[in-house]
Design a binder for this molecule. Structure first.
Ligand code: IMP
Length: 186
């Protein structure tokens, strides 16, 4: 017997409602992968994945691109709770061997205030990549506080907190196949 899909997910004290389905994400990530392969054609791709939120997106995007690039990881933090704090700390720094002279494809889960990318991109540029292509699954332009040069965006979304497909709320919700949006009507 088919069970009805839940229309709410509870994480800690917050309730979230369905926002993007697994199918919508899959279709868009497939397109992004093709677009990326077209842009970086003939280059030396080096995927740099922003932990932790982009790990699921990156796994799907890299496979969708069909590109045989090296993969490495970076971890910064700028976020506690549901609002950006404007401070960025580098927990795992990029390795020069994965960046210098390479066509770096920086994979981010979401550009919100833009402060993380504003702080991180100049650090990456110091390692002298051949090029940087910034791909983000989600972009909240209305929440953006600083200019960021984004090359590819999966979905432009309103400035509401979201979870799922790798994104969390205080450590929870990363496992959700779709993306869920904070429900303010509870
Ligand atoms: P920014 O520095 O404000 O652009 O935020 C970047 C980081 O904040 C992202 O990589 C996420 O880790 C986190 N973040 C921003 N908005 C959300 C959200 O709606 N849900 C979960 N994490 C978010």
């Amino acid at each position: 017997m088919a069970s009805a899909k839940p229309n709410r997910v509870q994480l800690h004290e917050l309730s979230f409602r369905p926002f993007l389905t697994e199918k919508e994400i899959k279709d868009r990530v497939t397109q992004l992968g093709q677009e990326l392969a077209y842009r970086v054609k003939g280059g030396k791709p080096s995927f740099l994945v922003m932990l932790r939120g982009a790990f699921i997106f990156a796994a799907d995007l890299i496979r969708a691109s069909g590109m045989d690039g090296e993969v490495s990881f970076v971890r910064t933090s700028s976020y506690h709770g549901t609002e950006s704090e404007g401070k960025v700390r580098m927990h795992i720094a990029p390795e020069a061997s994965a960046v210098t002279g390479k066509d770096v494809i920086l994979i981010e889960d979401i550009v919100d205030s833009g402060l993380t990318m504003q702080a991180f991109l100049p650090e990456l540029a110091k390692l002298k990549p051949n090029s940087i292509t910034l791909v983000t699954l989600l972009h909240k332009p209305e929440a953006q506080r600083v200019e960021v040069d984004i090359d590819l965006v999966g979905f432009v979304i309103p400035p509401k907190f979201v979870v799922g497909y790798g994104l969390d709320y205080d450590g929870r919700g990363r496992h959700l196949a779709g993306i869920w949006q904070l429900a303010e009507d509870f």
